[in-house]
Design a protein around this ligand. Structure first.
Ligand code: GLU
Length: 558
């Protein structure tokens, strides 16, 4: 068959050849070892945590090797298209400081010499490349899709399945003669373009994936579709053309693509293009309510959406560091030894990514976040909470604005000048609940259920403690005196002022000095856990402290 003639028959309007595009997009001039990576999301209207995870790998590889990290929008599946979806994904990446430096930048604006970076704008390019494959005898038109032929094929496949014969993967249209094809074209039949596979599924080859390592794979033997009958290429042609012209050196993509890798490699080989390196990333999973492991899902899990963490108020650094933890398990140790270093200084290594699917663990993320926030200055905490509240809790924002001084002092307690700064805030949305007692607008200590009193101590004894403490509280006492006074009321009420003595014989006492100060703490704040009570009382002011003790006593006595 004269393939050149066939190509012209199928694509009479395609005038350029692939050389035209290789001239238009010359090889990148980069230093040896520089890697070109890309994030290529489909516009689904949000950024999946797994996409951010892959993008972080891209970003770190490019950064480490002095290469390029670009963004391409894979929007050829227009049925699923959602408005602004591409720019949401780009904005999210920028927000998390995983910013591509080339390519699509949202709302059709683009940077770089290898564009257009939006696939739906590149249809002419794909058609040129599909035509080329036809012209060298490695692709053929398939008229089945929209014709009765398809049913025949399916019927035959079912028969083969039942009889246990090998399933026919080669498409019957590969055997059409030029005349038959011409006839179909004349009749106006739509056609897809398929790869003419030369593979044999009985044969295997070795492939070294940057994450999965060396594995033996079966050759592709399927005549996969490269151009649909509407002229739009599926991923299996589009990414090969794009990654070639855009000079991608490492394709980092989700593990769900691994099974189609042999087909993609065959397409690269059919063109005679260099294959990029591939890194198939494990998929982030979680345990569902039944304890079964499943993929973190956009439909079922709010945490799958990168916006979730913004709404909850996790610092972006916490999210990125959590992902880094999933990627390289030695990150945690590095962070421990370098508590205040920029995470970009960590020596990320793609070969250390395990191929097991990591389990999503919000508790771990929260711990990382607490650790990070514990190193913030009071001003940083205040600014971040304000910024978060301005968008997600307007009433609280007003409270914060009206109480800036109090907040700054509050956020200094147990945080400034201490080797072990307080780790109570895991996200900005925690602050209101943790510290509501500090603000008259939010303090709601109006019935006993709002107080976390120790249930092991009777109401009567709790009241006795408060009664004893109320007259001796003096806002002018220094910390030592303040604490000595609390100790002073212990023994007469049957509590131990000495922790050691208490621990030795707890049965001899109603409780310890820790329980006594705990009662005062709960009466003043409602909470069992607060920063240093001495300073909290100072911030609240003597009148407020006395009023609160008084009203707690009343509630307890009723
Ligand atoms: N558009 C594909 C996806 O969202 C990209 C896969 C790739 O990175 O090559 O899964």
């Amino acid at each position: 068959m004269d393939y050149k003639k066939l190509a012209d028959l199928l694509f009479p309007d395609v005038k350029n050849d692939i050389e035209f595009y290789f001239n238009k997009y010359p090889k990148r001039e980069l230093n040896d070892g520089a890697e070109v990576t890309r994030i290529a999301p489909s516009p689904t209207g949000f950024l999946h945590l797994g996409t951010a995870y892959g993008a972080l790998i891209d970003y770190l590889i490019a950064r480490k090797s002095d290469g390029v990290f670009y963004m391409r929008l894979e929007d050829t599946d227009q049925k699923r298209e959602i408005e602004n979806a591409g720019s949401i994904a780009y904005d999210m990446l920028c927000y998390y400081d995983i910013k591509p430096t080339e390519g699509y930048t949202g709302n059709n604006a683009q940077i770089g010499d290898y564009g257009d970076y939006i696939q739906s704008h590149r249809i002419d390019i794909y058609r040129t490349f599909a035509k080329h494959l036809v012209s060298i005898g490695r692709a053929f038109p398939c008229f089945c899709e929209k014709s009765e032929n398809k049913e025949d094929i399916l019927a035959r496949r079912n028969e083969q399945l039942e009889s246990g014969d090998n399933i026919e993967t080669k498409d019957p249209c590969r055997n059409l003669t030029y005349e038959e094809i011409e006839q179909n074209i004349k009749m106006g039949k739509p056609f897809a373009i398929r790869l003419l596979s030369k593979g044999d599924a009985e044969k295997t080859f070795e492939f070294d994936d940057l994450i999965k390592g060396k594995r033996t794979l079966r050759e592709n033997d399927k005549d996969i579709v490269l151009l649909k009958s509407n002229g739009i290429p599926p991923y299996s042609l589009a990414h090969i053309v794009d990654d070639t012209l855009m000079g991608t050196t490492i394709v980092v993509r989700g593990e769900e693509w691994y099974s189609s890798l042999p087909a993609h490699l065959e397409v690269f080989d059919a063109f005679g293009f260099n294959r990029p390196k591939y890194a198939h990333t494990p998929v982030i999973c979680k345990h569902d309510e039944q304890g079964n492991k499943r993929k973190l899902s956009k439909r079922k899990d709010a945490e799958a959406d990168a916006r979730y963490y913004i709404e909850k108020g996790y610092p972006k650094q916490a999210v990125v560091e959590y992902l880094l933890n999933l990627l390289n398990s030695d990150f945690e140790e590095w962070r421990m030894n370098n508590p205040t270093s920029d995470y970009n200084d960590f020596n990320f290594d793609i070969s250390k990514i395990g191929s097991n699917n990591p389990m999503f663990d919000i508790v771990k993320l929260e711990d990382i976040s607490k650790q990070i926030i514990s190193h913030y200055t009071p001003e940083q905490i205040y600014e971040n909470v304000c910024e978060w509240a301005k968008e997600f809790d307007k009433d609280f924002y007003e409270v914060l604005r009206n109480n800036k001084d109090i907040c700054l002092q509050l956020f200094s307690i147990d945080r400034v000048d201490t080797p072990k700064p307080r780790k109570d805030i895991g996200k900005w949305s925690d602050v209101k609940g943790l510290y509501s007692y500090m603000f008259k607008e939010l303090c709601n200590l109006n019935d006993l259920s709002k107080y976390e009193f120790n249930e092991n101590i009777s109401k009567e004894n709790t009241v006795k403690v408060l009664k004893a403490y109320l007259p001796i509280y003096n806002e002018n006492d220094d910390k030592q005196m303040w604490f000595d006074k609390i100790k002073g009321i212990c023994e007469p009420l049957g509590f131990s002022a000495d922790m050691k003595a208490y621990k030795k014989n707890p049965e001899l006492f109603l409780g310890s000095v820790a329980d006594v100060s705990g009662i005062i703490r709960v009466a003043v704040t409602g909470r069992k856990n607060t920063p240093d009570l001495f300073y909290i009382c100072k911030l609240l002011g003597a009148n407020e402290v006395r009023n609160r003790i008084q009203s707690a006593m009343e509630l307890l006595s009723n």
